[in-house]
Design a protein around this ligand. Sequence first.
Ligand code: UGA
Length: 474
Amino acid sequence: MRITVVGLGYVGLVSAAGLTTWNHDVVGLEVDRTRLDALARGETPLFEPGLDGLLEEATRTGRLRYTDSVESSVPQAQVVIIAVGTHDGSGGWQTETIRAALQAIVPAMAPDAVLTIRSTLPPEFVPEIVGLAHRLREEVGAERVPVLTNPEFTRESTAVADFLQPDRVVIGILDDPVGRGVRALKRVYRLVDAPILVLPAADAGMAKLGANLFLATKISFANELATLCEAFGADVDAVVHAMSFDPRIGGSFLRAGIGFGGSCLPNQVAMTIRSSREAGLPTPLLGAVDGVNRGQRVRFVDRMSRMLDGLAGRRVALLGLTFKPGTDDLRDAPALTIARDLIDLGADVVAYDPMPNARVRAAALVPGLQVVASVQAALADADAAGLLTEWPEFAALDWGSVRSLMRGTVVLDGRNALSPDAMQAAGFDYAGFGRRIPAAEPRSLAGRPAITSHDGDVLSEIASAATGAAAGKS
Ligand code: UGA
């Protein structure tokens, strides 16, 4: 089929390249010239494992081309997929991007084409789309086109595999009176070995949002469980492992630590709370999910401060800056909040991340943060190390040698990624989140100032409650 993908960010570019593997002829329409030029030179403008190879192959077979011209990409398309960004970058939705894309694209579509929105949408905006699309067709005297949604469930770092082997494909119907749109999208995905669920668009949108809200809830649950484990002398890894045998629970997304970051989970929790509040709907569970998550960042700083008996003048090495491994994305990365808070409390903070451009951007985003180009340079003479992103190379370090590199012995593992036994055997004063560390001594909280965070006052409350529960541990 001839498909035009509008917007070549994470979602659009992965979709465009992925669609070619199912023998579709795809045009990527992008207004950002820098991005287009990079693609034209054969460069991948974002870091996503496996995407280079996919783009190379798509270009080699001639199935994927890029353009910034609506005229040379939209009228020919049988299916137009809109994949522009809908997050405003500061915890809010933005729908201007979708409106602008519709205004540019819809009048130029062929009468037998199908319009599909793949971007994640605020639920309250969904009904507006049909009216806008129909009005834009009427203005140019053209017939209406079917309007559908097709939410994506790809994760950064595994986006290619998630696209090519999805668990499910969700098609949302906004306006498709004779089923032409659904038939077209089923043809788009005909080679996919996964259930294709056809739902009203409101349900499809909530199925997308609901999945992310549930994943966020699982993580905050695991973090609260970790706090309980600390208070009652249990080990969260063992507890979650035992729980995971129950097929109703499963074991994924229950890893405790400094909580979730990235452009999706934190934003979508926050934006759902905000739009529900505006609609007069209480969302106490999501409020707690957000509060626990933000509190984990404060708890990390608080725990580091306790382990070092104060942060002023202490050299702290942070290992990892990105919001998770396998990406160079720093959006709402817990590491940035933690670095700012440590610096505010007087620590001398030096950070390393394997992604060079993440290091450069982090240095620009966090005043006072020193970034270095090797993990050894970060750890040299450090009083403490804090692991914030579980890049495999950190677990693979020879921690025995690291011990002689560092000045101090404190290692705080914000992702529960290191072996407590091995760390203790190497001579470290090691702590994680919810992990039982037999030899760890309780530290006094007396006389320490309350920790405040860049993320707002509510956090110090959460942190002090959390610290109270955790005071006998780590
Ligand atoms: C998330 C969803 O997982 C995707 O299914 C969805 O398509 C995507 O958002 C989206 O809406 O576009 P992503 O933001 O790439 O994907 O990242 P995740 O893999 O979900 O991780 C989010 C955060 O949770 C990371 O900071 C990670 O470190 C943290 N996490 C994850 C935990 O703290 N504990 C866990 O057990 C799992």
